[in-house]
Design a protein around this ligand. Structure first.
Ligand code: SAM
Length: 244
């Protein structure tokens, strides 16, 4: 350390409840996605635009075995297969979301499980993709360690998540209750972008890209409800490769 400098903890975000401005009734991941699975569509602008613009993912997908972590109803698996991925495996904690993924017929294998401990064989995947789930996972280190474990050396990882900017504005993951239409939230954890970077590197990843999806004019003209978010970043993606 340089003389005169003191080591200082740079701090981290507080629990989401500190930021919450909506005060919607909040459900656990299990309860929330069991309910949301009845109407879940996902939003391609959140993640597919970022994944599609990645210089890391583009050339590596052809024929690759890919693990879709928190696969939900299978939107990402379908996209991976359309982009030339070989066998795609999906893991999710919600049996109800997995049932929809099963019906899509794009996965070589689907398994119930936690993305921090999938139980899949070590070194069995060329790539890992995880979209819109880290904002529910408290232990980032366990997540990146599990990705590193299941990947082959040199394998790729792409994570897309809800931008901390939105969580810090007090806007949680939420959806309209399928019976009543009232907004319901699902438990969130706020991760600083610096923590994602640090924890990925600590588990042996070389971070390649940081991409952000801002709400733009095209988005607002397609979905006028997003007008209030024009010019703000809704999601981010980090791509990385596992060191050899
Ligand atoms: C917003 S959905 C995203 C689904 C899919 N990746 C997509 O983008 O359409 C979040 C998913 O993450 C799953 N999930 C959240 N935490 C998880 C965990 N610790 N382990 C496994 N799945 C988890 C939920 O069950 C849900 O299916």
């Amino acid at each position: 350390m340089i003389a005169g400098m003191t080591s200082r903890d740079p701090g981290k975000p507080l629990p989401f409840s500190h930021y919450d401005r909506r005060q919607y009734p909040t459900l656990s991941v299990e309860e929330g996605y069991a309910l949301w699975s009845r109407a879940y569509l996902g939003e391609d602008r959140f993640d597919l635009d970022l994944l599609g613009s990645s210089a890391v993912l583009g050339p590596t997908l052809e024929g690759a075995s890919v693990l879709d972590l928190a696969c939900g109803t299978g939107r990402i698996g379908r996209w991976l297969r359309a982009r030339g991925a070989g066998a795609v495996t999906g893991v999710d904690r919600s049996g109800e979301m997995l049932r929809h993924a099963e019906a899509l017929g794009v996965y070589a294998r689907l398994a119930p499980g936690d993305i921090t401990a999938t139980g899949l064989p070590s070194g069995s995947m060329d790539g890992c993709v995880c979209s819109m789930a880290l904002c529910h996972v408290p232990d980032l280190g366990a997540f990146f360690a599990e990705c590193a474990r299941v990947l082959v050396p040199g394998g790729f990882l792409a994570v897309v998540d809800y931008h901390p900017y939105f969580l810090l504005q007090g806007i949680p993951t939420h959806f309209p209750h399928p019976d009543t239409g009232a907004q319901v939230a699902i438990e969130n954890v706020v991760h600083a972008l610096s923590a994602v970077h640090r924890e990925a590197r600590a588990r042996g990843f070389v971070v390649e890209e940081l991409l952000e999806r801002f709400v733009d004019e095209e988005w607002v003209s397609a979905q006028p409800g997003y007008a209030k978010h024009l010019g703000y970043p809704v999601t981010y993606a980090v791509t990385a490769t596992l060191g050899r």
